[in-house]
Design a protein around this ligand. Structure first.
Ligand code: SF4
Ligand code: SF4
Length: 156
């Protein structure tokens, strides 16, 4: 039953009404917008600490769907693959500023293209937010050349 369709009730938007720590595991997982920006290699400037995203993607990323091909084994396969935890949000300043976890943590609204707002998972691609069609597998780029692949996001 959709409460929004019942007279006298309002639709529950858990991401507006709960903190990240209060969310169920299912709610937490559903918050991911599927952009896969976090699956791109990043470089951190040693002097400024600034983090730069590259267009080089993890080899386990399905670049068409922007989903991990080995989600359950991701940390075993890629030890540097961070499994986000609500209690560690202060450590994730490297997440893109479009990331739903970062937005909710910072008290901001989800963007119109987020599937929880739009009602469709395709909108993250249609809005040009996902990495679909914008990246290259790490299997084709030598680590010494990552710097040449630094990218800047186009604002949404
Ligand atoms: S950047 Fe955030 S919203 Fe996008 S895929 Fe990664 S965890 Fe999910
Ligand atoms: S292992 Fe999967 S979730 Fe982790 S960075 Fe690679 S593609 Fe992304």
């Amino acid at each position: 039953m959709h409460a929004a369709n019942v007279k006298g009730y309002r639709k529950m938007s858990f991401w507006k009404e709960k903190t990240l720590l209060e969310m169920t595991q299912g709610e937490w997982e559903s918050l991911c917008d599927g952009c896969a920006r976090c699956c791109l290699h990043k470089l951190q400037d040693l002097e400024t600490d600034l983090v730069y995203y590259t267009s080089v993607a993890c080899q386990y990323l399905d670049q068409d769907t922007c989903r991990c091909q080995n989600y359950k084994q991701r940390h075993e396969l890629v030890p540097s693959c961070v499994i986000l935890k609500p209690s560690h949000m202060e450590e994730y300043s490297w997440l893109p500023d479009t990331c739903a976890y970062r937005l909710i943590h910072e008290g901001k609204e989800l963007f119109w293209w987020h599937h929880l707002v739009s009602g469709r998972h395709d909108t993250v691609h249609e809005a040009n937010i996902s990495v679909n069609g914008k990246c290259i597998s790490e299997t084709h780029v030598h680590p010494d050349d990552f710097e040449e692949n630094i990218i800047k996001w186009v604002e949404q």
